[in-house]
Write a protein that binds this ligand. Structure first.
Ligand SMILES: Nc1ncnc2c1ncn2[C@@H]1O[C@H](COP(=O)(O)OP(=O)(O)OP(=O)(O)O)[C@@H](O)[C@H]1O
Ligand SMILES: [Mg+2]
Length: 244
């Protein structure tokens, strides 16, 4: 991202010239107080929002400048995981994962009226990557919160992304499940060569798992350093009340 700015229609300037790079194979955590612009940043990267100014480079192309089929292709390279896994509760786990292929080719299912045969083995492989292949046939509604989030990550992998964005993916999880998800995201970054950008509110988890930590405040990046150079003391000021 280069000099990314976003002003909402109500005049709120939520991003002010954000410069940020995420490398393939890197696990980046973004921290910052409520309302500093983290979710807005992710929504600009997926092009759910069109930035007021700036560039978002993916695979050597500026997403802001492309449209039509080119934009669809770049969007497919970026997968997203939210705080809530939002699975279809009455469908099986593997069907939920297979749905991730829709983001890749949404004409496929409408043409064939069902699950293409090749999708199933790939969905099982994605479930294997989150260590849940044994739950493939379970109804998604019967999973624990941590398992459901893993399935949401497997669904995101079905998209065959280059970039995985996660907005507070552990906010609804107990501490053990939260550590599991963080470990998994880091492992996916390193082993699948994914660029992972994860928004968090837990400084301890960021310090435990991130390769690099970015801190935001008032729509700006105010901290961007490798984990090894950071401590709780350098991060804490992000959360101090702004002096008017
Ligand atoms: N649709 C919108 N219209 C106007 N202002 C908005 C809109 N969405 C968000 N904002 C404002 O933009 C700023 C950044 O919001 P954003 O949701 O990106 O923050 P955040 O860092 O994700 O916060 P949180 O940690 O609470 O999730 C906030 O001041 C928010 O009130
Ligand atoms: Mg947010």
């Amino acid at each position: 991202m280069r000099r990314l700015s976003l002003r909402y229609p109500n005049g709120m300037l939520a991003l002010r010239g954000v410069d940020l790079d995420v490398q393939a194979g890197e696990f980046l955590v973004v921290l910052g107080g409520n309302g500093c612009g983290k979710t807005t940043l992710l929504r600009c990267v997926t092009r759910a929002l069109t930035p007021t100014e700036g560039q978002v480079w993916v695979d050597g192309e500026d997403m802001i400048q492309v449209a039509g089929a080119g934009l669809r292709r770049l969007r497919q390279r970026i997968a997203m995981v939210w705080q809530q896994p939002s699975l279809v509760r009455r469908r099986s786990v593997v069907t939920n994962v297979a749905c991730g292929a829709l983001a890749r080719n949404n004409t496929l299912w409408t043409n064939l009226g069902g699950l293409p045969a090749a999708t199933l083995p790939e969905a099982l492989a994605c479930l294997g990557q989150v260590a849940l292949a044994h739950l493939a046939d379970r109804r998604a509604g019967t999973l624990s919160g941590g398992q459901a989030q893993r399935v949401a990550i497997a669904r995101a992998l079905m998209q065959r992304p280059a970039v995985l964005l996660a907005d507070e993916p552990v906010a609804s999880l107990d501490p053990e499940a939260a550590h599991d998800i963080m470990r998994l995201l880091k492992q996916l970054a390193h082993q699948q060569n994914l660029a992972v950008l994860c928004v968090l509110h837990q400084v301890d988890l960021a310090l435990a798992y991130a390769d690099r930590i970015v801190g935001m405040r008032d729509g700006m990046v105010v901290l961007d350093q490798p984990r090894s150079e950071l401590s709780i003391d350098t991060i804490q000021p992000l959360y101090l009340q702004r002096v008017a």
